[in-house]
Write a protein that binds this ligand. Structure first.
Ligand code: TMP
Length: 225
């Protein structure tokens, strides 16, 4: 069982969107960010790996299909290094200032990709998270649950369309992405009270609407509570 301790001392709200490649996270995060801003929230949109200058450098190194061939352990530690910088320098200060932080991927991706996907110990990932990231977890995770094969097809097409050299994980086989998807669902099952699972197989319009409605309902309940 994963221990999820919320840092109650922060005034802001920390929302993370997770999912397999091609689940539509990018569009969902942009739409949700615009929606929350229109409602008057002070929103910070960010992503992992990335979110800081150092994180963006690491993103380039980690995601380039043409770039270095990383050992699995090095890949894990670089993902976590980017997260440490991001949480300490960007996310926690924004939450302390009362902002809504909307983040595309977080430690759930490390558990799914480096843990279930690569086969590294999830206990070790959680231990590193406790040690270096203050055991810091989102208030809400929105999981965009897509069929791995469909997601991979969408994601590979997008990389070609946009000419992006970020396809190192898309180059991995379907079985890898199925393990990732299964693990995201398992994480959601363990943390039902803090996870909103959205079927991400339909068209983006339908997914976007489900995300906005789900987050609105969660925020309304949170205010009442
Ligand atoms: P994306 O930002 O376009 O979703 O791409 C990020 C890629 O990095 C995606 O394939 C998942 C992968 N990733 C990990 O393997 N581990 C992590 O901890 C994070 C944040 C991302």
């Amino acid at each position: 069982m994963i221990d999820r301790r919320i840092m109650q001392s922060y005034r802001g709200v920390f929302i993370v969107v997770e999912g397999c490649d091609g689940s539509g996270k990018g569009s969902a995060v942009a739409a949700l960010g615009a929606h929350l801003m229109a409602l008057g929230h002070d929103v910070l949109l960010t992503r992992e790996p990335g979110g800081t200058d150092e994180g963006l450098e690491l993103r380039r190194l980690l995601l380039s299909a043409e770039g270095a061939i990383w050992d699995e352990g090095a890949e894990l530690l670089l993902m976590i290094a980017a997260r440490i910088q991001h949480v300490k320098r960007v996310i926690q200060p924004a939450l302390a200032a009362g902002r809504v932080v909307l983040c595309d991927r977080y430690v759930g991706s490390t558990l799914a990709y480096q843990g279930a996907g690569r086969g590294l110990s999830q206990e070790m990932i959680l231990m590193l998270h406790r040690q270096f990231v203050d055991d810091f977890w989102p208030d809400l995770t929105v999981l965009l649950d897509v069929d791995a094969r469909l997601g991979l097809t969408r994601s590979r097409a997008r990389l070609v369309e946009q000419g992006l050299d970020e396809g190192r994980f898309e180059d991995l086989d379907l079985a890898f992405h199925q393990r990732v998807g299964d693990d995201f669902r398992a994480q959601a099952g363990r943390c039902q009270d803090r996870t909103l699972v959205i079927d991400a197989n339909p068209t983006m319009d339908i997914v976007r609407e489900a995300v906005l409605n789900g987050v609105d309902a969660w925020l309304a309940e949170r205010v009442v509570a």
